[in-house]
Design a protein around this ligand. Structure first.
Ligand SMILES: Cc1cc2nc3c(=O)[nH]c(=O)nc-3n(C[C@H](O)[C@H](O)[C@H](O)COP(=O)(O)OP(=O)(O)OC[C@H]3O[C@@H](n4cnc5c(N)ncnc54)[C@H](O)[C@@H]3O)c2cc1C
Ligand SMILES: Cc1cc2nc3c(=O)[nH]c(=O)nc-3n(C[C@H](O)[C@H](O)[C@H](O)COP(=O)(O)O)c2cc1C
Ligand code: SF4
Length: 662
């Protein structure tokens, strides 16, 4: 039993269940179904892999309940016909076999269907929504007959879930899905009993609960997921969220699963720029208002210390973990064993999870930047060793350290060279702990692993001669990339720094006005971080064109990109698109329009610039043909400039893959 985390590990009651701890896996669409929504082997293994980790309950992802308009995308799970019960039964039993309660989330996608551009989109009222503020999407208001049908469809899907052996269902009434649209004044402009007052707007959810209870019996547990406060004008206020919770708890639900934000203000998924647990105030307010049903809260509660604190302070009853379960399905077990330092931290980047869903490739499926094994059905945890080898790794960034960790776990004899400090370019990435503190947590995770595993660390620059003399069986080059110099006149002035200099050397003082040059996401992040500190920031980039601002930071996941652009604007960063930096002068810089060639002089105290990075280290060439096995992982594979944007996730995945095959 954990001494450090008594609250997380305390058994808890939820309806008829006595859960072994307070850790719940939050629902996450993994797109592992076939195109008709049937369960696949991969879907089953995805959840079995999680259930092994020892949480109390898993809420299986959003599952559509009719085959008409409730489906979000191909490869979402569906439960709209009896034929789907068999697959669902296998899925539920695999979760339950590990002593974990299996709850299926049922949902109607509502207006988010418009994102797939396939059918008409349903909602409470007729309206045209401007998606992303630019693209018009029509929403058709539901008739009373359709509402009646919807309730029956939810009830039938719940009954199928019960037949499949699920312990209960969760109704998705948040994050822009149909039930949530009914709750939200902005979407719900009805004048009948489903619109108008807060009581009327929650009526649909109440009636769906009643329909499910009638079909499945009142004893069949239902969890309601609702938005407790969405921060929008014409949205759900905290007071209204509390009122909805009060109404719902009278229906006999076993728990509330609370989330905040909305698809309109892109604040649903807690990301690196957000304080962790930014929706905890909602569950706290609900508890203070006397809500008695257990409350599950999630949103960036990925470190056990923070999750423990929420429970210890009585701000929620259960902690929902979504992405942390992708990053490390053994989160709960490691907490129970008092090994928080071994938890692979979710860095709230959304590059792997949401990112892979957006550019979805059914063959690859959902991924995670920090966990290469995520969603690799049946892939062994540690590849068996065929022959113990001496492995030399050059470079202690994420690529090199992941390779070292994996190779050592497999039983190889590992030597890791690092000439600067372990962590590599992650130190630059973690330049501002308010904005990028997650990366620092990842550095600390790897440092702990390097210390715990049997790895020989050599704190010096590796040379080809030394490596060859070492007589290693295999060498992995993970030396990263270096910034390319700029030929712009004036670059040698003292007020000019590269991003790597500025983010690496935390002592550089900048003046009042800073010109940040370049539209890659790290540059935009620096611009935001400086503006947040009160600097006047001008961000110039060659990017622009048809997509305008959306070209900026487009090398990041969309939740991060959208929020970053919003934050830069909110903090008054002046943006100059389609501009080339052509000269740095004593009191400023000259920007030249890439189209018209018109020049603009701006005044600034400092210039931060980046002309891209180059990998291809000489040492790789020098070692080619001189060592029995030679590999290259991470940023050192960049051949020129920024046209191959790479990141921590790429380096980790490659390090892991290579270390697995040696
Ligand atoms: C400012 C900035 C912000 C960033 N932000 C993010 C972010 O938010 N998210 C993200 O995913 N990515 C981000 N990146 C990119 C990310 O940091 C890199 O993609 C990642 O660190 C690459 O990992 P790597 O292991 O390949 O190389 P690196 O992290 O560059 O590590 C290489 C290591 O090798 C060492 N080395 C080199 N040659 C030798 C030698 N001969 N002997 C011994 N040691 C040697 C170096 O000292 C270094 O420590 C950012 C990059 C920068 C510059
Ligand atoms: C890839 C992905 C898919 C998600 N799918 C769902 C879903 O199907 N239903 C739902 O209610 N929430 C969904 N969410 C939101 C999560 O349940 C959770 O609220 C969110 O990720 C914040 O918690 P975390 O910081 O622990 O990840 C999803 C989140 C992610 C990242
Ligand atoms: S891809 Fe990033 S945000 Fe998503 S689970 Fe992995 S580390 Fe977390």
């Amino acid at each position: 039993m954990s001494k450090k985390y008594p609250f997380l590990l305390e058994p808890g009651r939820m309806g008829p269940w006595r859960l072994p701890n307070r850790i719940i896996m939050a629902p996450m669409g993994s797109l592992n179904a076939d195109k008709d929504g049937y369960v696949t082997e991969r879907a089953i293994e995805f959840y079995a892999d999680k259930a092994k980790g020892g949480m109390g309950l898993i809420v299986v992802e959003c599952t559509y309940m009719d085959n008409i308009l409730s489906k979000g995308e191909d490869n979402c799970l569906g439960l709209y016909e009896h034929g789907q019960i068999t697959g669902m039964a296998r899925l539920a039993s695999r979760i339950r076999d590990y002593g974990v309660k299996a709850v299926l989330q049922l949902c109607h996608i509502g207006h988010q269907l418009a994102l797939s551009d396939r059918y008409e989109s349903l909602g409470p009222s007729d309206m045209v929504e401007m998606m992303g503020g630019v693209q018009p999407f029509p929403i058709r208001g539901m008739t009373r007959e359709e509402i009646q049908q919807l309730k029956e469809d939810f009830a039938m899907a719940a009954w199928r879930a019960k037949m499949a052996g699920f312990d209960g269902i969760q109704l998705h009434g948040a994050i822009g899905h149909l039930i949530n649209m009914f709750c939200t004044p902005f979407y719900n402009q009805r004048t009948d009993e489903y619109g108008g007052s807060p009581e009327n707007r929650i009526r649909l959810m109440v009636e769906i609960i009643e329909a499910v209870q009638e079909k499945c019996g009142r004893g069949f547990p239902i969890i309601a997921r609702i938005c407790g406060c969405d921060f929008d004008e014409d949205g759900i206020t905290l007071e209204e969220g509390i009122l909805h919770a009060q109404i719902l708890q009278k229906t006999g639900i076993v728990a509330l699963h609370i989330v905040g934000g909305s698809t309109r203000n892109i604040r649903v998924i807690n990301i690196q720029y957000d304080p962790r647990g930014d929706f905890v105030f909602i569950s706290e307010a609900m508890k203070k208002a006397g809500i008695k049903v257990p409350i599950i809260i999630d949103g960036g509660l990925s470190t056990p210390d923070i999750a423990e604190q929420v429970l210890a302070e009585g701000k929620a009853d259960f902690i929902g973990l979504g992405r942390p379960m992708l990053a490390d399905p053994e989160w709960a077990r490691k907490v129970a064993e008092d090994r928080p330092e071994d938890i692979v931290p979710c860095i709230r980047c959304c590059m792997g999870c949401v990112g892979t869903m957006e550019g979805f490739d059914a063959a690859v499926g959902l991924r995670c930047s920090v966990n290469p094994r995520c969603n690799l059905t049946g892939y062994r945890e540690v590849a068996p060793l065929v022959k113990r080898k001496s492995v030399c790794i050059i470079g202690g960034g994420p690529g090199g350290m992941e390779a070292a960790k994996m190779a050592a776990k497999r039983g190889h004899e590992v030597t890791l060279y690092e000439k600067r400090k372990l962590g590599g370019m992650m130190h630059e990435a973690a330049f501002d702990l308010d904005v990028k503190g997650d990366i620092q947590i990842l550095i600390e995770y790897y440092l702990a692993q390097m210390e715990k595993l049997d790895i020989k660390i050599v704190h010096e620059e590796a040379t080809a001669e030394a490596v060859i003399a070492g007589g290693y069986d295999a060498v992995i080059v993970a030396t990263g990339a270096t910034p390319i110099g700029s030929k712009v006149p004036g670059t040698d002035k003292s007020k000019v720094h590269t991003f790597v200099e500025y983010t690496g050397d935390r002592t550089i003082e900048l003046g009042e006005t800073v010109l940040v040059v370049g539209g890659c996401f790290p540059n935009v992040e620096v611009a935001y971080a400086l503006a947040k500190k009160g600097k006047k920031v001008i961000l110039s980039s060659r990017r622009g064109g048809e997509n305008g601002m959306l070209e900026l930071a487009s090398d990041n996941s969309s939740p991060m990109q959208q929020r970053l652009l919003l934050l830069t604007m909110q903090h008054g960063v002046e943006i100059q698109l389609e501009m080339d930096l052509t000269e740095i002068t004593d009191d400023g810089a000259v920007l030249t329009d890439v189209g018209t060639k018109e020049k603009t002089e701006i005044k600034c105290d400092n210039v931060l610039l980046c002309r891209g990075y180059r990998g291809r280290p000489a040492i790789y060439t020098e070692l080619t043909g001189k060592v029995p096995e030679l590999y290259e992982v991470g940023d050192c594979q960049i051949s020129s400039r920024c046209n191959q944007p790479r990141n921590i996730g790429d380096a980790i995945h490659e390090g892991w893959l290579v270390a697995n095959r040696i």
